[in-house]
Design a protein around this ligand. Structure first.
Ligand code: HEC
Length: 225
């Protein structure tokens, strides 16, 4: 039996014995404490922090602040989409997280459910520090946060982007931005870059959910090798 249910049975089967206790103030206080702890545990057990996107009245998205407790998908290092781009004077990492409910659903069927939220967090790479002499590690400063959210009833294209920078709320990125075209033309599953999420790519392959455009693109790239 679940601990919460055991508690319920205990409370009810001991009800006759509890009433006399209530006459003693200390025991009554202890009992009140016990009952409220039990009630709290019950509430906590019933609501496993179901994540859903939240918006302000004027249509901005609120940053899902606990995203660092979500499922980690990948870290990109100095990724660039433009071969001719000059290298920056510093290195960058980007970390991608997805809300646990969406991740569970992806494990089942290789597709993102409604209310999926993915956060891309950008951090500057540090070189020397503490005992580190070579290579890079991530600095504590966050350089940017971008969210890709699937909210079918809200967005005509089902998905939308929000760039938060340092803010707790963000306006939706207009659909004319290159974010939408690059993601929809090159993202391996449903406008997301599953080809770069190492635990999800094999899964999407086995469930047959890779986009036709991505399959064509990767076949062409393989032929060039
Ligand atoms: C030229 C292509 C391209 C453009 C333009 C682009 N992205 Fe991406 N985006 C990527 C790639 C590649 C990744 C995978 C990153 C990784 O593997 O670390 C990604 C990942 C993401 C993710 C993680 C979730 C996902 O969909 O896979 C977010 C959020 C995101 N981008 C937001 C944005 C926003 C906001 C813009 C516009 C300001 C944008 N991107 C423009 C290529 C692009």
């Amino acid at each position: 039996m679940a601990p919460a249910a055991q508690g319920t049975v205990w409370l009810f089967s001991h009800w006759q014995g509890i009433l006399p206790l209530m006459r003693n103030p200390l025991k009554a206080a202890l009992l009140t404490l016990l009952v409220s702890m039990f009630a709290f545990a019950l509430v906590a057990a019933q609501s496993p922090s179901a994540a859903a996107p939240e918006y302000t009245d004027d249509g901005q998205m609120k940053l899902p602040e606990n995203y660092r407790q979500w499922v980690y998908l990948t870290t990109g290092f100095d990724m660039s989409y433009n071969p001719g781009q000059m290298s920056m004077d510093h290195h960058m990492f980007d970390n991608v997280f997805v809300n646990p409910e969406a991740y569970q659903s992806f494990l089942q069927n290789g597709m993102w459910p409604d209310k999926t939220m993915m956060v891309l967090e950008v951090r500057k790479a540090e070189g020397k520090g503490s005992i580190n002499q070579k290579g890079n590690f991530q600095g504590t400063e966050v350089m940017g946060r971008e969210v890709h959210v699937k909210d079918e009833a809200r967005f005509p294209g089902k998905w939308a982007f929000f760039g938060f920078d340092d803010n707790k709320t963000a306006k939706m990125t207009p659909t004319s931005a290159s974010c939408y075209s690059c993601h929809s033309e090159h993202g391996a599953v449903d406008t997301t870059f599953v080809q770069f999420y190492p635990t999800l790519l094999p899964l999407a392959k086995s469930k047959g959910t890779l986009s036709a455009a991505y399959q064509k693109e990767s076949a062409a790239a393989a032929a060039q090798k």
